[in-house]
Design a binder for this molecule. Structure first.
Ligand code: NAD
Length: 303
């Protein structure tokens, strides 16, 4: 059996079309549009490329997009004052601070200063708590886990009663996706196990999984024989394993990316599987846009 390939690129396209249509409708009916500010401190090349992609996506959806670039020397006090300014700006519904921040700034303090109702990344302790409670309490599910859940649901995989095994217990992927899948409600209702570096028999747990979500950051960690025939496999891992000449511009070298699962062998056993790249990767910014639209709807009282 060859697995159905779950294309994040395709699902992203569908979701962005849905968001653009909703933005247009809200603008016509209520005269408001989502506002997103991206705060970039310094000139880290990876951060610049992430922020550029976020801005491009927001603009393509008709958002009000503010790019606020600050010098790497900005003081913590001035950065906190900037956050406060956007917390009080009614045209801004989502505030995004691109990490990492320079060493002299306390990242936690800055992220905790964001109004939880504008925290579209979903990392503020208030939003982590809301996610834990579940149901209507949830305002902004963190973007990568939200993307994973959306992929599972849109692939038509049954989650209710399913054995979900999550490999990895990070705060940005493992813990939140495990928490989301066990909640009562559509796209969830699963029986969830989290495994990690101290787990005694990783293989035995993975073999039980109807839905296997792997976010360890270890290339090829999950062996094909650990996959239950027909399982849905979501490979979150993005690992640089080398370089190759770019297909578009052979003079330029680009990273060779591999996931945490041996894709070629696993696709012969799984029922559905995400590739790397082109799987979970494209979903994160997409869900950030969805959260920003949700923030606008919350602030404008639009159902
Ligand atoms: P992390 O390093 O914070 O956490 C990794 C987790 O995996 C840890 O809890 C650790 O206990 C577990 N782990 C590591 N090695 C293990 C092993 N040998 N056996 C069992 N468990 C093991 O990483 P993260 O931030 O959660 O990211 C995980 C991977 O997902 C990385 O490759 C990262 O690049 C990728 N990622 C992708 C996206 C995206 O595509 N949008 C977003 C976030 C993270």
């Amino acid at each position: 059996m060859t697995a159905k390939i779950i294309s994040g690129t395709e699902i992203r396209k569908q979701i962005l079309e849905e968001i653009a249509a909703e933005v247009k409708e809200i603008k016509e009916k209520h005269g408001v549009i989502p506002g997103l500010v991206t705060i970039l401190v310094g000139e880290n090349p990876a951060s610049i490329s992430y922020v550029t992609l976020k801005i491009k996506t927001a603009n393509s959806l008709g958002f009000h997009e503010v790019q606020d670039s600050q010098s790497p020397d900005i003081s913590e006090e001035d950065l906190l004052a900037l956050i406060d300014k956007y917390n009080n700006d009614d045209s801004i519904h989502g505030i995004l601070v691109q990490l990492p921040l320079p060493k002299h700034i306390d990242e936690k303090k800055v992220l905790n200063a964001i109004d939880p109702d504008k925290d579209v990344d979903g990392f503020h302790p208030v939003n982590v708590g809301r996610l834990m409670i579940g149901g209507d309490e949830v305002k902004f599910p963190p973007c990568t886990p939200a993307g994973i859940q959306e992929m599972i649901v849109r692939t038509g995989v049954e989650t209710s009663g399913a054995e979900v095994v999550v490999v990895g217990r990070s705060n940005i992927v493992g813990k939140p996706i495990a928490n989301m899948m066990l909640q009562k409600g559509p796209g969830a209702n699963s029986t969830v196990t989290i495994v990690h570096t101290r787990t005694k028999d990783l293989a035995a747990h993975c073999k039980r999984a109807d839905i296997l979500i792997v976010a360890a950051g270890v290339p090829g960690l999950v062996k094909p024989e650990w996959i239950k025939p027909g399982a849905c496999v979501i490979d979150v891992g993005v690992n640089r394993v080398g370089e190759k000449p770019s297909a578009k511009d052979p003079g330029r070298m680009v990273a060779i990316l591999r996931g945490d699962v041996d894709f070629d062998a696993a696709k012969e056993i799984a029922g559905s599987i995400t590739p790397v790249p082109g799987g979970v990767g494209p979903m994160t910014i997409t869900m950030l846009m969805k959260n920003t639209l949700r923030a606008l709807k919350m602030s404008a009282g639009i159902a």
